[in-house]
Design a protein around this ligand. Structure first.
Ligand code: GLA
Length: 344
């Protein structure tokens, strides 16, 4: 680090050809390598070759996002009668909002990592007042790579004063393993019947809209590129897919989304215990990011499947609560299960 701190990079391997690399900087997923149906190994994530890349990143590649992932309207919210003002570090449609934790979110801080068999546990203490949030927040994020080809991302947090929390894992996936290729040829299924319509600033209106008969209907597997340019307001506002889908309510873990890359056969299923998932199709990628191996990341060459609580939940009484109080434990579990499918 420029200030002289050392940063550790951890490598976790399983016996089936998968390798995950995770860094103490930002608790980011640096890479995830996996064979295709013919045994050809490739890295399926967008990222950087050096710490400098990760520290100047503004697209949240591989990030552990916090304290509050996704957007908060005007960067302000009230809790127990007091109003808080957070940084407004994002301006979709020219309208300022708070995004992904603020000016220096959890993706830009140094965590403390500890290796355990097939896991790495990262710890970070976010001090009271950091980025305008109340309370000392003690956070752990654990990455695990199993022999069943599952990558687990698990977050926990406790606080000493009431605060808001929405920790989000933000890897950009390209299952082709070649970030020069578009993700529009991936097949996506999202197990959700509703999404959250937004205003021009990408802030949810508070309504739930049915996906049926819209280009946001992924209840059965659909090619991402098939309907992305359709004349549909929600697609226009977000410049493509960048919406929060409301998962069917259930206790515990359930399948939220399945992503398949037909020509390599790679498939990723995302399970979560969270109420929603943001599917972001990489619309803001514009070729300016210089990524791994000198590749620049063009429009829609990576996609995020971010399990989470609802965006702007602190300002929407009808949304699931994002408040964490002393004595409570925030918990978020996310499993990525990788398989390959034979040629069809
Ligand atoms: C999230 C948001 C997008 C965008 C990216 C970061 O996924 O939904 O609108 O801000 O982060 O570029």
């Amino acid at each position: 680090m420029p200030d002289g701190h050392d940063v550790s990079l951890f490598t976790i391997r399983n016996s089936r050809g998968m390798t995950a690399r995770v860094s103490e900087f930002g608790a980011v997923l640096v890479s995830l390598e996996m064979p295709d149906r013919n045994g050809q190994v490739a890295d399926l994530t967008l990222g950087y070759d050096s710490l400098e890349g990760w520290s100047t990143d503004n697209a949240y590649l591989g990030a552990t996002v916090g304290r509050f992932g996704n957007r908060i309207k005007d960067g302000t919210f009230s809790l127990d009668g007091k109003t808080y003002q957070l940084a407004t570090n994002n301006t979709p449609g020219g309208i300022p909002c708070h995004l992904h934790g603020g000016l220096k979110g959890f993706d830009k801080v140094l965590w403390k990592g500890e290796a355990r068999e097939n896991s790495v546990i990262f710890r970070y203490l976010s001090r009271d007042g950091e980025e305008g949030y109340l309370g000392n927040l003690d956070v752990t994020v654990t990455y695990t790579l199993t022999e069943e080809n599952e990558l687990l991302w698990e977050a926990k947090a406790v606080t000493d004063a009431p605060t808001i929390v929405n920790l989000v894992h933000h890897t950009y996936w390209n299952l082709s393993g070649d970030p020069r290729q578009s993700i529009n040829d991936h097949l996506l299924q999202i197990h959700a019947d509703h999404f959250l319509p937004t205003d021009a600033g990408l802030i949810p209106t508070g309504q739930l809209a049915a996906v049926a008969d819209t280009p946001l209907d992924f209840t059965s597997p659909r090619l991402i590129g098939e309907r992305v340019e359709e004349d549909y307001e929600a697609l226009h506002l977000a410049g493509g897919y960048d919406h929060c889908w409301v998962l069917r309510p259930t206790e515990g873990l359930r399948l939220a989304a399945s992503l398949t890359h037909p020509s390599s056969g790679r498939k990723m299923e995302v399970f979560t215990d969270q109420p929603a998932i943001q599917f972001y199709g990489g619309n803001f990628l514009d070729g300016t990011i210089m990524g791994k191996l000198g590749h620049s990341y063009a429009h829609r060459t990576g996609l995020c499947l971010e399990t989470e609580n609802f965006p702007d939940a602190p300002n929407q009484p009808s949304f699931p609560s994002a408040i964490l109080r002393p004595g409570e434990v925030y918990q978020h579990k996310m499993i990525h299960r990788f398989t390959t499918e034979p040629t069809v």
